[in-house]
Write a protein that binds this ligand. Structure first.
Ligand SMILES: Cc1ncc(COP(=O)(O)O)c(C=O)c1O
Length: 446
């Protein structure tokens, strides 16, 4: 059989699962770090030594005065939403393309998400649409640095300033990315990063909030600890013999959460953070290599990164244009056939998302946690319902229909050696050279 025959039709795959490196990579440093925690015997506590050390190191990387460890990226964002003062029924503007956690972090704090469409090429919030989404109830703006590429922060911050609104960065996917020379995490008033296993900075699960605002940090620390009256200043009085006992009674001032991290997570994350700059360079070099190869193919557009920022390529999204490629096929049909053909070649090709956030029943039903909460607190349900209509988000839909993500959560780009990246280019070239056959695949799938 010819080497050009697609694996989908019985040809030989270009690569196998076993050729890939899996993620996260657990080395001797991570093992020693976690064992050190177990040997020390202090496993928990917001002020415990690994958590504090990780926070200092993360703040240094993000260019902020403070960092606060939480148990997930979602909780880091929720703490930020609470700490900027979002109250029941307040609206927070978020992009229509993201992981659902962006909207959930708002809703779980009693706020209501209002969505703004994105640039089709980067997937990041389009600041030109922001003014139109601001209402009397808007309380914050939360752009996402999607796939590790920073959002248009200066334009977003300019609109926010005009309306006196805080900007929270959803930096869950963007550790060490930079915007006009500054690290993400330091661009808004606060940011939330994820440490979940697939992320460039993994710790199993976990999250971290960054900020340089002392008052916000004070409030965030309370939100993270049951809404208790624990002053930040008391952190230095930490007693290792009594990691969770305060030196005085704690009174809960408002409904907070128990969103602390733990010591194993923090120790693991510290070991990973030390390796992150080098790994980020590898991810960027991998992306450069793959993008150079894919850009040669008709109708294929590798990820776009504006020249004033760096992406860390947490996800690598490839766009295609069926007409430019000479194919008479609807984007979605081509997308699904392409994923099938690439997967058959041994490539990890995924959709990652197939819904715009405003399409999720989570919001469209306006039911929330029951009895319409938190939507009822915002009032004007008809206005909100109208704002979630699909016709407001054509570019999110176009992006989802006409692009795919190469690599996966367990086999991300950042983990791969150049040889694997080159096989991805080879597999893509092979499938694209036989793209007429994708029409057959798509038609057979109906
Ligand atoms: C854009 C975005 N925001 C928030 C999150 C939430 O992070 P976590 O899963 O750590 O809660 C994720 C995680 O996948 C994400 O991709």
């Amino acid at each position: 059989m010819a080497a050009t025959e697609l694996a989908l039709f019985g040809g030989t795959p270009v690569l196998t699962e076993a050729d890939h490196r899996t993620w996260p990579v657990v080395g001797d440093e991570e093992r020693a770090a976690v064992m050190g925690v177990l040997d020390r015997g202090i496993l928990s506590g917001g002020d415990a030594p690994e958590a504090r050390a990780f926070e200092r190191e993360m703040a240094a990387r993000a260019g902020t005065k403070h960092a606060l460890l939480t148990h997930s990226g979602t909780s880091a964002l929720q703490v930020a939403v609470a700490a900027v003062g979002v109250e029941a029924g307040d609206e927070v503007i978020v992009p229509s393309y993201s992981f659902v956690a962006t909207a959930l972090a708002v809703m779980c704090q009693g706020g209501v998400p209002r969505f703004v469409d994105v640039h089709e090429d980067t997937g990041n919030l389009d600041p030109a649409l922001l003014e139109g989404a601001i209402t009397a109830r808007t309380r914050a703006i939360m752009p996402v640095h999607v796939h590790g590429c920073p959002a248009d922060m200066d334009e977003i911050l300019a609109v926010a300033k005009r309306h006196d609104l805080p900007v929270i960065e959803d930096a869950a996917q963007a550790h060490l990315a930079t915007y006009r020379g500054r690290p993400v995490g330091s661009l808004g008033v606060a940011a939330g990063f994820s440490l979940q296993s697939s992320k460039n900075l993994p710790a199993g699960e976990g999250g971290v909030l960054t900020t340089s605002d002392d008052a916000l940090m004070e409030r965030a620390n309370q939100v993270r600890n049951f809404g208790q009256d624990i002053p930040l200043a008391s952190r230095d009085a930490y007693d290792p013999r009594r990691p969770l006992d305060g030196s005085r009674p704690h009174v809960s001032l408002f409904p907070g959460h128990m969103f602390r991290g733990n010591e194993m997570m923090a120790a693991f994350a510290r070991a990973q953070l030390a390796k992150l700059p080098e790994r980020t360079r590898r991810s960027q070099e991998n992306a450069r290599r793959l993008s150079a190869a894919l850009a040669e193919l008709p109708g294929i557009r590798p990820p776009h990164v504006p020249g004033d920022r760096t992406s860390v390529y947490h996800k690598y999204r490839v766009h295609f244009d069926a007409a430019e490629a000479g194919l008479d096929l609807a984007p979605r049909a081509l997308r699904d056939a392409l994923v099938r053909a690439l997967c058959a070649e041994g490539v990890n090709a995924v959709l990652w998302q197939d819904h715009a956030l405003p399409e999720h029943p989570l919001v469209t039903k306006l039911e929330g946690f029951g009895r319409g909460w938190p939507f009822v607190a915002a009032g004007a349900p008809a206005d909100l319902r109208a704002s979630y209509a699909a016709h407001h988000f054509p570019r999110t839909r176009a992006l989802l229909d006409s692009s795919i993500v190469l690599f996966s959560q367990t086999r991300p780009l950042i983990a791969q050696p150049p040889e694997v990246v080159d096989r991805y280019a080879e597999a893509f070239r092979k499938v694209w050279a036989a793209r007429d056959r994708l029409v057959e695949v798509a038609r057979a799938a109906g």
